[in-house]
Design a protein around this ligand. Structure first.
Ligand SMILES: Cc1cc2nc3c(=O)[nH]c(=O)nc-3n(C[C@H](O)[C@H](O)[C@H](O)COP(=O)(O)OP(=O)(O)OC[C@H]3O[C@@H](n4cnc5c(N)ncnc54)[C@H](O)[C@@H]3O)c2cc1C
Length: 433
């Protein structure tokens, strides 16, 4: 590929960090003790910190890097109802009642995040643009039509089918066979949303301690003793909010999380008429492939942000950028002369049952993670709910509390099976039916 795909201002960092740079927090001392220690400074950890600190708990939140260094400022900013398994699949596994309650949590999270952003006055370009889910084969299209027509009673959402003949009203390509628009889905600027959460957590009185890796967590008679790169701290309770960045510090959680790299590129600014032609209604877009592509315009509608999983093994952003550029121009040939201004990646956390998990381990540690690539609404929603559980508030209970958090024999957190699984799904994605 030609080297001219790089814009003069190319940087291997998230596009979002330009408008919302990583916060430089005043160096906070590590307290000797606190009520709740939170490991991880993304959406989950911060949402929990806000709820706990506002209710009088002394909270110390630690991140090994800058606040928001993980997925929370690297994602696509697509906000959806986010529970991956279908109602039918969940009913098969858990029965109709539990399935209904689990699917409802996705809708709750979507409604919750809109209210939360409005109530807190967080300036993060939140907009209910709707999401186009585009079918990559005729059979995927028919499955979407069936999905829209047979929504489970009580879980109905505003979704309308877009046949192939009308697709050009939604998207500037003829590659798809039709689609489904979910009207209530939204877009936000993840960097600004994260910055808003940092500010709210600080205002509530939580201590945010960055560049502080938690290296050992021991249980004792009165609570926990955390060894960190900045000293030792005692805590009555611990919340682990490390999602796709979970390390051997919490080995039993690491065995339950499958970290998967996902990558995004941002184009250089596009001519206004071209940007409008790509996604005329400014929707979020995803497709029905198993190894999906997801994309959107930037908040100022000047650039295309195009994401997907492009490598079976983890790769650096310059390599992923070339591959994403190739896929982007396959969908939108009109973008061939457009260059790449940003390229980055991050680790999402998949789970063996494709559901998020929150609860308390046998050793007393709380956890909240495993959003399977859809944590923009789920992470702050479940982070808040978990904090409410610690506070003894009834509204903290969720359909996912304490759901068996599966692992597999001999799995220790390194997904050796991923390249084979991805190769298989890629092959399936190529089947024309
Ligand atoms: C490229 C990409 C695109 C995505 N797009 C979307 C999207 O469009 N929509 C959507 O809903 N979701 C999306 N996601 C997923 C979403 O971003 C995540 O689900 C969500 O941000 C998870 O937040 P979190 O707070 O749980 O974890 P993170 O934000 O990942 O935070 C975990 C933090 O834990 C810290 N940590 C780990 N171990 C330790 C330790 N021992 N001590 C101290 N700190 C530690 C890490 O440094 C990290 O900052 C995307 C993810 C990626 C990577």
């Amino acid at each position: 590929m030609r080297d001219s795909i790089w814009a003069p201002d190319y940087k291997a960092e998230p596009y979002w960090w330009t408008a919302a740079p990583r916060p430089v927090l005043a160096p906070a001392p590590l307290p000797d003790q606190c009520d709740v220690a939170i490991v991880g400074g993304g959406f989950t950890g911060l949402a929990a910190a806000i709820e706990l600190a506002r209710n009088g708990r002394m909270v110390a939140l630690m991140d090994a890097e800058d606040a928001g260094w993980g997925c929370s400022t690297r994602n696509g900013g697509q906000v959806s109802s986010s529970i991956k398994p279908s109602f039918a699949e969940l009913r098969r596994r858990h029965g109709a009642q539990v399935a209904f309650r689990i699917r409802s949590e996705g809708l709750n999270a979507l409604a919750w995040i809109g209210h939360f952003i409005e109530r807190e006055g967080i300036d993060c370009d939140f907009a209910r643009t709707g999401r186009l889910h585009a079918a990559h084969t005729p059979s995927a299209y028919h499955a979407l039509v069936r999905e829209a027509e047979n929504q489970p009673k009580g879980l109905e959402i505003d979704a309308h089918v877009v046949p192939r003949a009308e697709l050009r009203d939604e998207i500037g390509t003829d590659l798809y066979c039709g689609g489904l628009v979910y009207a209530a889905h939204a877009l936000l600027h993840p960097g600004k949303f994260h910055r808003g959460l940092v500010q709210k957590a600080q205002e509530a009185g939580a201590s945010l301690i960055t560049h502080c890796a938690v290296t050992v967590i021991d249980r004792d008679a009165t609570g926990f003793r955390l060894r960190t790169s900045r000293g030792v701290m005692r805590a009555r309770e611990v919340i682990v909010a490390t999602n796709g960045y979970t390390t051997p510090v919490t080995p039993s959680l690491r065995r339950r999380i499958i970290p998967i790299g996902s990558y995004i590129i941002a184009t250089e600014p596009l001519p206004a008429d071209l940007a409008k032609q790509l996604i005329p209604k400014n929707r979020a877009v995803s497709d029905t492939r198993k190894v999906i592509f997801y994309y959107r315009l930037s908040e100022d509608r000047q650039r295309l942000l195009f994401g997907g999983r492009v490598a079976a093994k983890e790769t650096d952003p310059k390599i992923s950028a070339r591959r994403l550029h190739r896929q982007m121009t396959r969908i939108f040939p009109q973008l061939a002369p457009i260059r790449i201004s940003r390229s980055w990646g991050g680790f999402i956390a998949y789970t063996f049952d494709a559901l998020p998990h929150l609860g308390r381990q046998a050793d007393g540690m709380h956890y909240c993670m495993g959003y399977c690539g859809s944590g923009v609404s789920l992470a702050p929603y479940f982070g808040t709910r978990l904090a409410q559980q610690l506070l003894g508030k009834p509204e903290g209970h969720t359909a996912l509390d304490g759901l068996a958090f599966q692992t597999r024999p001999f799995y220790t957190g390194k997904p050796w099976f991923l390249p084979a699984a991805i190769a298989y799904y890629r092959l399936r994605d190529r089947w024309p039916f």
